[in-house]
Design a protein around this ligand. Structure first.
Ligand SMILES: Nc1ncnc2c1ncn2[C@@H]1O[C@H](COP(=O)(O)OP(=O)(O)OP(=O)(O)O)[C@@H](O)[C@H]1O
Length: 542
């Protein structure tokens, strides 16, 4: 018997020698056009999966199944053959796998299961930024609207039309250009489509999560702030004048990045489109005025700079220009100018019924200003979502619902902050749900049928979840504890983490770090920087 432990092969005339144990076996019957369902591959390993996706992608087949999971590879170009008008009709009622892989098939399967089994369904859309989650979500929604739409003959727009038409409004305020995606959603979204007992759409609700607040005050090259700021600067002249705006490059919250104009996006056109979409979803003219007053107010707020005042350690607006911006903010926000100034340059500390007013230095006043801008913007976003929900209308008597979750994928940047910490925790939780759903339940099934399942391996991520959210003792619990102590700083908090988790295999203290720490997530290691924003105490840092 010959025991082979070295393999020799040629790759583009290059001789490669490798240990047999390091080489993945090739599917002997792999068709040149790949397979529609990965479970048909004899060997399901990473190179095999990637090769299959590539073969299909090269033929403009961007969708592939792995059993009832649909994998989509972003084509970055319109592929009309996939979304022709008759396609939805074709997928209606077809069993999963009968036709080519497609989001319509997933939506159809969810709809049928809801009707047949009379239980609500959820579709999870996950992937990293720019992968195509939002586009896929739109297709799922389109199909559900096609299947469950009410054929009303009245002038009034149907629920499904309103849901689809609310997208441009949400995108104007919740999307921005990032390194990876010109129209990146900077919030998570769960859209609930409610159905009556006959399977017709009777209501809907949009729930949003984790809007990226830091972007309002901090943008770096080649990214942009939220689209609505640039749109308003590019609005018709009378609006620009009304809100005292002008060139976006003159605003601190926009000019930290050199990226202002986008080839693929005409901000002035988008402004008019957003206004039209607002009309459609029932935001009246007076409300639209208020919304854009807030947007403009935030831009002026960002231009208020501070300098040392007459009293020691006290800040005041730096010059005439800053005073003018402050005055404009108070007019746009419709608040008293002096009270606004006081809220930025002073802090009120309440102790046992007594309140002490403390003057802030210029740097802390600037942080106060940014904290105010962030909180106002996120309240505006929440208000918009609420308004859209009222306009769409929920059905309190709905029998079932189909929820579509379009949420941020795992994030790992050069600098990661509390936002990445929360996003990655969400993804760990989703990953665990996926593991439980797909693997643990499959294993139970195999056990019941006495089939050998020992070859199925997966990494259980419970230990990472415990590290972050276990009560008591996890990172979040320790953070809560630290927040109760007025003398906590990010150094004392980091020290506590270093001591508590020094032997935890998912926690690393980077060499020379004093406040950073690394979490070893299922998708990779992420170093978190500056978890503790001690300078934003009055508005909290979440
Ligand atoms: N099926 C598709 N067909 C054509 N183009 C697509 C498709 N899916 C995605 N794209 C293109 O890729 C871009 C990014 O997709 P999308 O915004 O859906 O990504 P995402 O995963 O939601 O990203 P983020 O997490 O940053 O919001 C889209 O603007 C579109 O141009």
């Amino acid at each position: 018997m010959i025991k082979c432990n070295v393999i020799c092969f040629l790759i583009e005339k290059l001789k490669v020698v490798a240990k047999a144990s390091n080489v993945n076996p090739k599917d002997p019957e792999f068709p040149s056009s790949g397979v529609e369902d990965m479970t048909r591959l004899a060997y399901l390993h990473e190179p095999g999966v990637l090769q299959n996706l590539k073969c299909r992608f090269d033929m403009n087949e961007i969708y592939t199944y792995t059993a009832n999971i649909l994998i989509a590879v972003n084509p970055f170009q319109r592929l009309p053959h996939l979304y022709a008008n008759n396609m939805m009709e074709k997928y209606k009622g077809a069993a999963l796998g009968e036709l080519s892989p497609h989001p319509f098939a997933i939506a159809d399967s969810a709809y049928r299961q809801m009707i047949n089994e009379k239980i609500s369904q959820a579709i999870l859309v996950s992937g990293e930024s720019g992968a195509g989650k939002t586009e896929s979500t739109k297709m799922l929604m389109q199909y559900l609207a096609f299947m469950g739409g009410q054929n009303s003959n009245t002038e009034e727009r149907s629920v499904e039309q309103k849901v689809l038409e609310s997208n441009p409004v949400l995108e104007a305020f919740g999307n921005a250009k990032t390194v990876r995606n010109n129209n990146s959603s900077r919030f998570g979204k769960f859209v609930e489509i409610q159905f009556n007992e006959w399977g017709r759409i009777s209501g809907a609700a949009i729930r949003t999560y984790l809007l990226e607040r830091s972007r309002v005050c901090q943008v770096s090259d080649p990214e942009r702030n939220y689209h609505c700021f640039y749109m308003l600067c590019a609005a018709p002249a009378e609006d620009v004048e009304k809100y005292k705006l002008g060139n976006p490059r003159t605003f601190h919250y926009l000019n930290q990045s050199n990226c202002i104009d986008l080839d693929v996006l005409d901000d002035s056109k988008e402004y008019l489109e957003t206004r039209r979409a607002m009309d459609v979803v029932g935001i009246n003219q007076a409300e639209q005025e208020s919304i854009f007053r807030v947007v403009a107010g935030i831009l002026h707020l960002g231009n208020v700079e501070f300098a040392k005042g007459k009293e020691t350690d006290a800040a005041e607006p730096k010059d005439v220009k800053s005073r003018l911006h402050l005055k404009t903010v108070s007019e746009l926000f419709m608040c008293d100018e002096k009270s606004l100034e006081d809220s930025l340059v002073k802090r009120i500390i309440v102790t046992r019924g007594e309140s002490i007013t403390k003057a802030l230095d210029p740097d802390t006043a600037a942080l106060s200003r940014d904290a105010l801008a962030k909180i106002v913007y996120s309240k505006l976003f929440d208000w918009l979502v609420e308004k859209i929900n009222i306009s769409i209308g929920q059905d309190p008597k709905s029998k079932f619902l189909i929820g579509v979750l379009d949420i941020y994928g795992f994030e790992s940047f050069k600098t990661n902050s509390f936002e990445q910490f929360c996003i990655n925790l969400t993804n760990e939780k989703l990953q665990q749900h996926f593991n439980q759903h797909v693997f643990k339940m499959e294993q139970e099934e195999y056990k019941k049928e006495e089939i050998d399942w020992s070859y199925i391996e997966f990494v259980d991520n419970q230990d990472i979840l415990d590290l972050i959210e276990k009560k008591p003792g996890g990172i979040i619990a320790l953070l809560d504890e630290a927040c109760m102590f007025p003398r906590s700083t990010h150094e004392t908090f980091a020290e506590k983490l270093y001591q508590t988790f020094k032997d935890h295999k998912r926690f690393i203290k980077p060499k020379l770090a004093r406040t950073d720490f690394t979490i070893c997530h299922y998708a990779g290691d992420v170093s978190i920087f500056m978890l503790w924003h001690s300078n934003e105490p009055h508005l909290g840092f979440t």
